[in-house]
Design a protein around this ligand. Sequence first.
Ligand code: PLP
Length: 444
Amino acid sequence: MVRIGARTRRVIARDKKVFLTTTREPYMFVADHGDGDFVYDLEGNRFLDFSSFISVYNLGVNGTPAIRKAVVDQAGKLMHSAFTDYYAELPVEFAENLLKLMPQGFGKMFLSNSGTEANEAAIKFSKLFTGRQYLMAFYNAFHGRSSGSLALTASKTVQREHFGPFSDTVHVPYAYCYRCPLKQTYPDCGFACVDYIRKYPLSKEVSGKEVAAFVLEPIQGEGGYVVPPMDYFKEIKRLADDYGMLLIDDEVQAGYMRTGKFLALDNFGIKADIYTMAKAVGGGLPLGVTIAKRALGDIPSGSHATTFGGNLMSVAAANASIKYILDNRQKLEREVVHKGAIMTKRLMQMKEDYEIIGDVRGIGMMIGVELVKDKKSKGPAIAEREEILNRLFNKGMLVLPAGESSIRLIPPLTISYENLEKGMSMFEDAVASVSKSGARRSGA
Ligand SMILES: Cc1ncc(COP(=O)(O)O)c(C=O)c1O
């Protein structure tokens, strides 16, 4: 059982005096140190990590020893090289390594410091490449919080309130089949949501000829871990092609092997024109990457740059991390699929056993559980989710919410099988104690 003492309370009280509010979780976790599958708080409480610290620590808490060594070595040489003004070898090596994992014909790329910046760059590049001014994005999407990417984000109104108007983006319904916005049922609907885009936004609001890019997350992350039907993005690609729009794939959360493939969109059998990555790509340090199809060409000098993009500390970590993936790709692919299957099997059983679990969805080790008041009404179980998060914290496990009433289960891809099973049992215990009906199966 986790014990919270005076030191934790003091740090939190001091924090509240000096920092503006962000999106902190309901529980009092003050990070101190960590390694592998576990992280420790200030008072020495140990937590099993099922959050990867917002999808960053895909290779384990605090990265691998090689990542840490690369950062320390680089710190002794040079930390910042003004990479957009001067040249340096390490970012070039990193880019060459990253391109080995990208589809044929990709590169050139741009380096920044975060997911939102990677998407800002993609927005600007798509406008430069096409000479068009509009963008299309999905309801329920999350692409970041700076003004350009926030125009794409339409996950929760609180994220946009006071910051508009946003003029360049047209939002369209996503294939959130558990709560279909058009009240249809897949596959009988024949992708009515894609027909809708053609019939309404593209016939009445914006000319497809003026849309530079359609921006998507292969699995909606912050919006609730929503996985569309496997053929859905083929329809979206067809639509984009019909109007000459580019496809921008935001892999910030779903990419970097999280689904078992380097790019999550590869699960859906299509390719994008521009990919964005951040979070795990930096190996634990801030890095955003925007990678365009080579055939799209280049951008004019001076049209985009950033002081810290490609800084040598982040790139040292990212390069060590990408080398790990290149050296262990097949093993990692196999393990993510296998571990994901173990998680999904247990969660599907739990969905049968507990009224509170409305939907389980995911690919590989990117899995979301949507909690409902009851399966019939599907009313979002918001307070119950908070209780589950708190119970898990008190037992020594970190998980994060997503969407209105979902929980994301995203342990490091390298988690041991023993800790994976332990985490799933802890999750089931928490669900069992909050679910109004349903019983834990003995031995589960
Ligand atoms: C899919 C996606 N895109 C973009 C972002 C924004 O990334 P950052 O917080 O690094 O700006 C996030 C962050 O959660 C994300 O999940």
